[in-house]
Design a protein around this ligand. Sequence first.
Ligand SMILES: [Zn+2]
Length: 114
Amino acid sequence: VDDPRQRLAAERADTLARVAALQHDVGVIVGAASSTTGDDEHDPEGSTIGFERAQAQALLDQASAHLAEIDAALARVGEGTYGTCTRCGRPIAPERLDARPEAALCITCAARHS
Ligand SMILES: [Zn+2]
């Protein structure tokens, strides 16, 4: 991994765009829900909107968590601990960092963690 900072910055920009898009989606769904006239309880659309909203919110949470991982990885670059497992302290395999530049755990710890 030559310059993780560049890869992380690119990943961060992508993730920020995704967060913004999902925030927009959630906003649109919430707006649609509140603009439907009254009687939500007996409105079959109401539960669909609730489901869509929950899905969009879950994706938004995922993207936000991903963003936090990227920020943490960038902080580790600054500290000089990037590429080292935050749990066991062993180096993270370059192939893994290639696939997931924000990875904080080595494959062994990640497998144990999940
Ligand atoms: Zn580890």
